[in-house]
Design a protein around this ligand. Structure first.
Ligand SMILES: Nc1ncnc2c1ncn2[C@@H]1O[C@H](COP(=O)(O)OP(=O)(O)OP(=O)(O)O)[C@@H](O)[C@H]1O
Ligand SMILES: Nc1nc2c(c(=O)[nH]1)N=C(CO)CN2
Length: 195
Protein backbone atom coordinates (compact mmCIF):
# COMPACT_ATOMS: atom_id res chain seq x y z
CA UNK A 1 0.00 0.00 0.00
CA UNK A 2 2.55 2.54 -1.07
CA UNK A 3 0.34 4.74 -3.28
CA UNK A 4 1.83 8.24 -3.01
CA UNK A 5 -1.53 9.93 -3.74
CA UNK A 6 -2.94 8.74 -0.43
CA UNK A 7 -1.83 10.51 2.71
CA UNK A 8 -0.28 8.12 5.21
CA UNK A 9 -1.92 8.27 8.61
CA UNK A 10 -0.07 7.60 11.83
CA UNK A 11 -0.77 4.33 13.59
CA UNK A 12 -3.84 4.89 15.70
CA UNK A 13 -5.13 2.69 18.46
CA UNK A 14 -8.86 3.25 18.59
CA UNK A 15 -11.50 1.98 20.94
CA UNK A 16 -14.28 2.61 18.46
CA UNK A 17 -13.19 1.24 15.13
CA UNK A 18 -14.84 4.12 13.26
CA UNK A 19 -12.74 6.73 15.00
CA UNK A 20 -10.60 6.81 11.82
CA UNK A 21 -11.09 10.16 10.07
CA UNK A 22 -12.44 9.37 6.61
CA UNK A 23 -13.84 11.95 4.22
CA UNK A 24 -14.41 12.09 0.50
CA UNK A 25 -11.20 14.07 0.09
CA UNK A 26 -9.28 11.75 2.39
CA UNK A 27 -9.79 8.18 1.14
CA UNK A 28 -8.08 5.40 3.03
CA UNK A 29 -6.28 2.32 1.80
CA UNK A 30 -7.60 -1.06 2.84
CA UNK A 31 -6.56 -4.64 2.20
CA UNK A 32 -9.28 -7.23 1.62
CA UNK A 33 -8.74 -11.00 1.55
CA UNK A 34 -11.10 -13.19 -0.47
CA UNK A 35 -11.46 -16.96 -0.16
CA UNK A 36 -13.76 -19.55 -1.69
CA UNK A 37 -13.89 -23.34 -1.48
CA UNK A 38 -17.43 -24.10 -2.70
CA UNK A 39 -18.93 -23.74 -6.19
CA UNK A 40 -17.11 -22.01 -9.03
CA UNK A 41 -14.32 -20.54 -6.92
CA UNK A 42 -12.74 -18.33 -9.58
CA UNK A 43 -16.05 -16.89 -10.82
CA UNK A 44 -17.19 -16.20 -7.28
CA UNK A 45 -14.00 -14.38 -6.30
CA UNK A 46 -14.18 -12.33 -9.52
CA UNK A 47 -17.84 -11.59 -8.77
CA UNK A 48 -16.94 -10.37 -5.28
CA UNK A 49 -14.23 -8.10 -6.72
CA UNK A 50 -16.73 -6.67 -9.23
CA UNK A 51 -19.27 -6.03 -6.45
CA UNK A 52 -16.61 -4.25 -4.38
CA UNK A 53 -15.86 -1.99 -7.38
CA UNK A 54 -19.59 -1.36 -7.92
CA UNK A 55 -19.84 0.03 -4.38
CA UNK A 56 -20.00 3.81 -4.03
CA UNK A 57 -16.98 4.77 -1.95
CA UNK A 58 -14.81 1.77 -2.92
CA UNK A 59 -12.29 1.64 -5.76
CA UNK A 60 -10.32 -1.53 -6.40
CA UNK A 61 -6.73 -0.53 -7.11
CA UNK A 62 -4.96 -3.89 -7.37
CA UNK A 63 -5.89 -7.56 -7.64
CA UNK A 64 -3.45 -10.31 -6.71
CA UNK A 65 -2.82 -13.56 -8.54
CA UNK A 66 -5.11 -16.40 -7.50
CA UNK A 67 -3.71 -19.09 -5.22
CA UNK A 68 -4.97 -22.60 -4.59
CA UNK A 69 -4.54 -23.34 -0.91
CA UNK A 70 -5.05 -26.15 1.55
CA UNK A 71 -7.83 -25.47 4.05
CA UNK A 72 -6.28 -23.89 7.13
CA UNK A 73 -7.46 -24.62 10.65
CA UNK A 74 -9.37 -27.83 9.90
CA UNK A 75 -8.62 -31.56 9.78
CA UNK A 76 -6.69 -32.32 6.53
CA UNK A 77 -8.85 -33.90 3.83
CA UNK A 78 -12.17 -32.73 5.28
CA UNK A 79 -12.78 -29.76 2.93
CA UNK A 80 -12.15 -28.85 -0.71
CA UNK A 81 -9.14 -26.66 -1.41
CA UNK A 82 -9.61 -22.91 -1.45
CA UNK A 83 -8.92 -20.26 -4.02
CA UNK A 84 -7.56 -17.16 -2.30
CA UNK A 85 -6.72 -13.67 -3.47
CA UNK A 86 -6.11 -10.24 -1.99
CA UNK A 87 -7.32 -6.89 -3.31
CA UNK A 88 -6.12 -3.40 -2.44
CA UNK A 89 -8.81 -0.73 -2.36
CA UNK A 90 -9.14 2.94 -1.68
CA UNK A 91 -12.25 3.80 0.22
CA UNK A 92 -14.20 6.67 1.68
CA UNK A 93 -16.29 4.24 3.73
CA UNK A 94 -15.53 4.00 7.43
CA UNK A 95 -14.22 0.60 8.57
CA UNK A 96 -17.57 -0.69 9.85
CA UNK A 97 -19.29 0.12 6.55
CA UNK A 98 -16.53 -1.63 4.62
CA UNK A 99 -17.07 -4.73 6.79
CA UNK A 100 -20.84 -4.54 6.27
CA UNK A 101 -20.37 -4.28 2.52
CA UNK A 102 -18.15 -7.36 2.64
CA UNK A 103 -20.82 -9.22 4.59
CA UNK A 104 -23.50 -8.16 2.08
CA UNK A 105 -21.30 -9.55 -0.70
CA UNK A 106 -20.98 -12.82 1.23
CA UNK A 107 -24.78 -12.95 1.43
CA UNK A 108 -25.08 -12.23 -2.30
CA UNK A 109 -23.16 -15.46 -2.86
CA UNK A 110 -25.36 -17.38 -0.41
CA UNK A 111 -22.65 -17.86 2.15
CA UNK A 112 -23.86 -20.18 4.91
CA UNK A 113 -22.39 -19.93 8.43
CA UNK A 114 -22.64 -23.28 10.19
CA UNK A 115 -19.33 -24.15 11.79
CA UNK A 116 -16.20 -22.19 12.52
CA UNK A 117 -13.94 -22.26 9.48
CA UNK A 118 -16.55 -24.27 7.60
CA UNK A 119 -16.54 -24.41 3.79
CA UNK A 120 -17.93 -21.31 2.09
CA UNK A 121 -18.79 -19.89 -1.32
CA UNK A 122 -17.00 -16.68 -0.36
CA UNK A 123 -15.28 -15.12 2.61
CA UNK A 124 -14.53 -11.39 2.63
CA UNK A 125 -12.10 -10.41 5.39
CA UNK A 126 -10.82 -6.92 6.14
CA UNK A 127 -7.11 -7.54 6.62
CA UNK A 128 -6.12 -3.94 7.28
CA UNK A 129 -7.63 -0.46 7.10
CA UNK A 130 -5.07 2.34 6.87
CA UNK A 131 -2.98 1.93 10.02
CA UNK A 132 -5.94 1.42 12.32
CA UNK A 133 -5.48 -0.97 15.23
CA UNK A 134 -8.65 -2.07 16.99
CA UNK A 135 -9.62 -4.96 19.26
CA UNK A 136 -13.35 -4.47 18.69
CA UNK A 137 -14.70 -8.03 18.15
CA UNK A 138 -17.12 -6.71 15.50
CA UNK A 139 -14.11 -5.56 13.47
CA UNK A 140 -10.63 -6.38 14.73
CA UNK A 141 -7.85 -4.59 12.86
CA UNK A 142 -5.56 -5.79 11.55
CA UNK A 143 -7.41 -9.10 11.05
CA UNK A 144 -6.31 -11.11 14.11
CA UNK A 145 -5.10 -14.14 12.13
CA UNK A 146 -3.79 -12.52 8.93
CA UNK A 147 -0.18 -12.56 10.13
CA UNK A 148 -0.17 -16.37 10.46
CA UNK A 149 -1.94 -17.14 7.16
CA UNK A 150 0.23 -17.73 4.10
CA UNK A 151 -2.98 -17.74 2.02
CA UNK A 152 -3.32 -14.04 2.90
CA UNK A 153 0.34 -13.01 3.08
CA UNK A 154 1.49 -14.60 -0.22
CA UNK A 155 -1.07 -12.91 -2.52
CA UNK A 156 -0.78 -9.65 -0.57
CA UNK A 157 3.01 -9.75 -0.95
CA UNK A 158 2.59 -10.13 -4.73
CA UNK A 159 0.73 -6.79 -4.99
CA UNK A 160 2.48 -4.87 -2.21
CA UNK A 161 5.79 -6.41 -1.14
CA UNK A 162 6.67 -3.50 1.17
CA UNK A 163 3.41 -3.66 3.12
CA UNK A 164 3.39 -3.73 6.90
CA UNK A 165 0.82 -5.18 9.24
CA UNK A 166 0.32 -2.44 11.81
CA UNK A 167 1.94 -3.56 15.05
CA UNK A 168 3.27 -6.81 13.54
CA UNK A 169 5.93 -5.80 11.02
CA UNK A 170 6.63 -6.33 7.33
CA UNK A 171 4.59 -8.92 5.48
CA UNK A 172 7.69 -10.21 3.66
CA UNK A 173 9.21 -11.22 7.01
CA UNK A 174 5.90 -12.58 8.29
CA UNK A 175 5.54 -14.69 5.12
CA UNK A 176 9.10 -15.97 5.42
CA UNK A 177 8.26 -17.00 8.98
CA UNK A 178 5.10 -18.95 8.15
CA UNK A 179 6.38 -20.42 4.86
CA UNK A 180 4.43 -21.26 1.71
CA UNK A 181 3.51 -24.87 2.36
CA UNK A 182 0.05 -25.65 0.96
CA UNK A 183 -0.18 -22.35 -0.91
CA UNK A 184 0.43 -22.47 -4.68
CA UNK A 185 -0.14 -19.77 -7.30
CA UNK A 186 -2.44 -20.84 -10.15
CA UNK A 187 -0.57 -19.25 -13.04
CA UNK A 188 -3.13 -20.72 -15.46
CA UNK A 189 -5.93 -18.60 -13.96
CA UNK A 190 -6.37 -14.86 -13.79
CA UNK A 191 -8.54 -12.38 -11.94
CA UNK A 192 -9.42 -9.08 -13.62
CA UNK A 193 -8.95 -5.59 -12.20
CA UNK A 194 -12.38 -3.99 -12.83
CA UNK A 195 -12.29 -1.12 -15.36
N1 LIG B 1 -11.02 -7.94 10.25
C1 LIG B 1 -12.19 -8.60 10.16
N2 LIG B 1 -12.66 -9.00 8.94
C2 LIG B 1 -13.84 -9.66 8.85
N3 LIG B 1 -14.62 -10.00 9.91
C3 LIG B 1 -14.18 -9.63 11.14
C4 LIG B 1 -12.96 -8.92 11.31
N4 LIG B 1 -12.80 -8.68 12.65
C5 LIG B 1 -13.85 -9.19 13.27
N5 LIG B 1 -14.71 -9.78 12.39
C6 LIG B 1 -15.95 -10.42 12.77
O1 LIG B 1 -15.77 -11.82 12.66
C7 LIG B 1 -17.04 -12.39 12.51
C8 LIG B 1 -16.92 -13.77 11.91
O2 LIG B 1 -16.44 -13.65 10.60
P1 LIG B 1 -16.36 -14.90 9.64
O3 LIG B 1 -17.59 -15.74 9.78
O4 LIG B 1 -16.04 -14.39 8.25
O5 LIG B 1 -15.13 -15.70 10.25
P2 LIG B 1 -14.31 -16.79 9.51
O6 LIG B 1 -13.95 -16.25 8.16
O7 LIG B 1 -15.03 -18.09 9.52
O8 LIG B 1 -13.00 -16.94 10.39
P3 LIG B 1 -11.75 -15.98 10.50
O9 LIG B 1 -12.22 -14.78 11.28
O10 LIG B 1 -10.74 -16.80 11.23
O11 LIG B 1 -11.31 -15.61 9.10
C9 LIG B 1 -17.82 -11.41 11.65
O12 LIG B 1 -19.18 -11.42 11.96
C10 LIG B 1 -17.15 -10.06 11.92
O13 LIG B 1 -17.98 -9.18 12.67
N1 LIG C 1 -6.79 -22.12 2.75
C1 LIG C 1 -7.70 -21.42 3.42
N2 LIG C 1 -8.11 -21.85 4.62
C2 LIG C 1 -9.04 -21.12 5.33
C3 LIG C 1 -9.58 -19.94 4.78
C4 LIG C 1 -9.14 -19.52 3.50
O1 LIG C 1 -9.59 -18.48 2.94
N3 LIG C 1 -8.19 -20.28 2.86
N4 LIG C 1 -10.47 -19.21 5.49
C5 LIG C 1 -10.82 -19.59 6.70
C6 LIG C 1 -11.73 -18.73 7.50
O2 LIG C 1 -11.61 -17.42 7.13
C7 LIG C 1 -10.37 -20.83 7.33
N5 LIG C 1 -9.42 -21.54 6.55
Amino acid sequence: MSDPTVQPVPTAVVEQVDAADVTLSNPKRAVIALGSNLGNRLETIQGAIDLLEDTPGIRVKAVSPVYETEPWGVEPGTQPSYFNAVVLVKTTLPPSSLLERGQAIEEAFDRVREERWGPRTIDVDIVAYADVVSDDPFLTLPHPRAHERAFVLAPWHDVDPEAQLPGLGGIAELLAGVGRTGVAPRADLELRLPE
